[in-house]
Ligand binder design. Structure first.
Ligand code: HXC
Length: 512
């Protein structure tokens, strides 16, 4: 009985982490504790903790007198909506959640378990970084984690929730994972903090402005999503999981769906008659997919392309769509990076892709050229070209120039390409094209403006429609918008057993 008592005492001690005072401090900052977060993440009563009694092995700086069971990180596994998931949650109440050698070993242990058992891993990050008292042992621990993150990449889903500080080299673990979610106001990520920035560049910037959720959601694109609170953050992690499979060796779990007639009349009225008038591609997405099933990724970053997960007749799909409401839907450096990363994720985890195309081309300018639109546009092109999951395009309006090729064209391996009658598939817009190829006729005409209009009309009649592409089979079918959902449901069902053998090479050399 005495032995049971010792065990009970140790458990109680571990559960108290850094003590009630620090727990209260955590709550005062509107943050939950690591254990509260774990409770929220897992189905009630299913979490099994591993390594609760682990202690650090440090002696320097009086650390031998300050051992706290679990050593600042809760690790284990359990069920999330009935599926096995592994997780670690850093406990800020214990040495500021800092990463010691043993703290890292605990994380590595469950990463290995997650990989061996083909199940997702979730990291709930809240840490002051490397355990300063441990020096290089802590740095080595980080590298051990980065190495596993890389091995696990594309093998099991990895999601990082940033629920407090995440600074220095610590940021590179979340950066390698598939998705990062940051909590507003209480989280920040940066390689070097405001003090170092001030010393090196003389800039005055707050932690929030430098690396808070808003900065990373809208400026850098480092975070895929913002959450308004810890609870919201955990709910988003669970929602993300629902679109992803256990590993690359399985498919996402589809939902039951009873087919109706699936004709959506409102789709016929979304694209404006005037080709230069914008419309909201999210309205198209909403009408095509199952009700309330869209989970947008990178909502505030590179808004000229929309990406996210959704369901179509219960089937999990990834959506990549040009957004005419922002920069007319052009492809630029950031939208290419954003979409390229999402395409890679869908392909790695067997999520079929729907691509909605309305793209006037690539954004011109020195800013774009000097920031590498060539290399970055190539990332998206490469990502689509290499993807072996079912992929279907619907051209709603413009598909111009190189962007036509890049946006999941038939030529780079799309399985089915549909086009609405409003589609315009051409090297460029009618006006620009006419100005170039009819330059002399227009210049020599008595009325150049009228001549340009006439030539524009001629060009439009020939190319600003889907029929030239359809006559060559580059478009499989021209469809009335209202039948889009019906067509897609059937086509994705037809493609569900698609299998392509990769060619025998070590790996490609994606233009990173
Ligand atoms: C050891 C740490 C710690 C750390 C915080 N603590 N960070 N202990 N190593 N890295 C301890 C504090 O001493 C304190 O202990 C407790 O955690 C809470 O910290 P506070 O400072 O009271 O909290 P707060 O005011 O909220 O500030 C949080 C913070 C700050 C901004 C994170 O603690 C801080 O600046 N910490 C140092 C951050 C840092 O420089 N880390 C190293 C980065 S380099 P007591 O006992 O007083 O409660 C790095 C390299 C990684 O991480 C490279 C990987 C390749």
């Amino acid at each position: 009985m005495e032995k049971f008592k010792i065990l009970e005492e140790k458990r109680a001690q571990a559960k108290l982490g850094g003590g009630q005072e620090r727990i209260d401090k955590q709550h005062a900052k509107k943050k939950l504790t690591a254990r509260e977060r774990i409770e929220l993440l897992f189905d009630a009563g299913t979490f099994e903790e591993i390594g609760m009694l682990v202690e650090h092995r440090s002696f320097d700086f009086g650390m031998d007198k300050q051992r706290i069971l679990s050593d600042g990180v809760i690790t284990g596994y359990g069920l999330v909506n009935g599926r096995t998931v592994f997780a670690f949650a850093q406990d800020f109440t214990v040495f500021g959640g800092s990463l010691s050698e043993t703290h890292a070993e605990k994380i590595v242990k469950i990463m290995e378990l997650a990989m061996e058992n083909k199940a997702p891993i979730i990291g709930l990050n809240d840490s002051g970084g490397a355990r300063i008292q441990e020096g290089v042992k802590s740095l080595g621990g980080y590298a051990d984690i980065f190495y596993r993150n890389t091995k696990a990449s594309g093998y099991i889903p990895q999601i990082s929730a940033i629920m407090g500080p995440c600074a220095g080299g610590a940021v590179y673990s979340p950066a390698i994972t598939d998705f990062t979610i940051m909590v507003d106001q209480t989280s920040y990520m940066f390689v070097t903090g405001p003090n170092v920035v001030k010393t090196v560049t003389n800039e005055d910037v707050s932690a929030e402005d430098l690396g808070g959720s808003v900065a990373h959601a809208s400026k850098s694109g480092v975070t895929h999503m913002r959450a308004v609170s810890d609870v919201d953050c955990i709910n988003r992690v669970k929602q993300l999981l629902s679109y992803l499979p256990q590993s690359c060796h399985s498919k996402p779990i589809d939902q039951e769906y009873a087919l109706g007639d699936e004709v959506i009349e409102s789709l016929n009225d979304i694209v404006p008659h005037n080709p230069n008038q914008p419309y909201d591609i999210k309205a198209v997405i909403k009408d095509i997919i199952d009700e309330d099933s869209f989970m947008e990724i990178h909502e505030d970053f590179a808004e000229n392309i929309v990406v996210g997960f959704a369901r179509l007749a219960g089937r999990n799909i990834g959506i990549i769509a040009n957004q005419p409401m922002s920069l007319a839907g052009v492809l630029d450096v950031n939208s290419s990076r954003k979409a390229g990363r999402f395409v890679r994720c869908c392909d790695a985890f067997n999520v079929p892709m729907l691509v909605l195309v309305d793209v006037p081309g690539f954004l011109p300018g020195t800013d774009q050229e000097w920031n590498g639109i060539i290399t970055n546009g190539a990332k998206l092109l490469y990502a689509f070209s290499e993807a072996t999951v079912p992929r279907i395009s619907v051209i709603t309006r413009k598909a111009y120039g190189g962007a036509y090729d890049v946006m999941n064209s038939k030529h780079i391996g799309a399985d089915m390409n549909y086009c609405w009658p409003s589609g315009e598939i051409a090297v460029m817009g009618a006006k620009g094209a006419s100005e170039i190829i009819f330059k002399k006729e227009i210049k020599n005409s008595d009325d150049p403006a009228a001549e340009l209009l006439k030539k524009e009309q001629e060009y439009s009649n020939l190319f600003a429609n889907p029929y030239s592409a359809a006559s060559r089979g580059f478009v499989d079918e021209v469809i009335e918008p209202k039948y889009t959902r019906v067509k897609l449901i059937k086509a994705f069902a037809m493609l569900q057993n698609k299998s392509i053998k990769p060619i025998d090479k070590k790996h490609g050399n994606i233009p990173l």
